[in-house]
Design a binder for this molecule. Sequence first.
Ligand SMILES: Nc1ncnc2[nH]cnc12
Ligand SMILES: [Zn+2]
Length: 318
Amino acid sequence: MFLDLNALKKAELHIHLEGSLEPELMFRLAERNGIKLRYGSVEALRKAYDFGNLQDFLDLYYSGAQVLLQEEDFYDLTRAYLEKCRAQNVTHVEPFFDPQTHTDRGVDMATVVNGITRALKEANAEWGLSYGLILCFLRHLSEDEAERTLDAALPFRDHFIGVGLDSSEMGHPPSKFKHVFARARELGLLPVAHAGEEGPPEYIWQALDELGVVRVDHGVRATEDPALIERLRKDQIPLTVCPLSNIRLKVYDSLKQHPILDLLEDGLKVTVNSDDPAYFGGYMTENFEALRKDLGMTDNQAQRLAQNGFDAALVHTS
Ligand SMILES: Nc1ncnc2[nH]cnc12
Ligand SMILES: [Zn+2]
């Protein structure tokens, strides 16, 4: 008998709440808010989820997020994701949100943060889920815009534990955001950043040395640089790896080429995560199952990967 991967206790550290917007909910919110979507049906929208790279995906992801307008919409989005966590025994989550995707459309920071936070607090009260929210800056925008976003978020400082960096990686190195990350660190916010998803190992070095990140999101291209692998192993810097995402965004042609288990066996603190589960074909359990099916992940490896998720959390749970 194999270990039941759904019942295995898990922590998720790399999930964009906007990326958990399932087509059904997108259509429901569009109707509620009087928004006309570019696609006529859930099926037509799902068919469009065929991405050549990260940017192809981001174009659809930002377009889908336009249905999120009211506090209730952010609440419904977050609640739906947390119900999935409950069903999959994900007991701790550290989700990302992208305020600029919303504030740039005229939605108030308060609307976004209050809707998300209400769902998180409820899940904690109802079934004991633990969490820490992370505010991400969009790296295709300027550092000045990130600074203004941090200013706008300060009245809600108690609602999040860290800052992250996401969106189009190529051409937008971590060093571009050095000052805003320094200010966030002074405010006691824990820094993380996407690096080495599509971008080169140099971006991972920059995230570590110029942004001071305590965890790297993706980081898989570290495999191209032995000195970097040594640094990640020596300092036990966690990597939040997203297997199904990497296949859907063509980082690897197939899961069989994915380095996650080699990294685990090399002693790196790697974790399994879903990234944008509504777009990439699965939540936590589906990611673990894919590793078993295509990479031959053993039960012992599954248990170590799941434990790494708790070890790598920014908020410690007992
Ligand atoms: N995989 C990803 N990489 C960069 N930015 C993102 N925003 C949402 N998902 C992302
Ligand atoms: Zn991501």
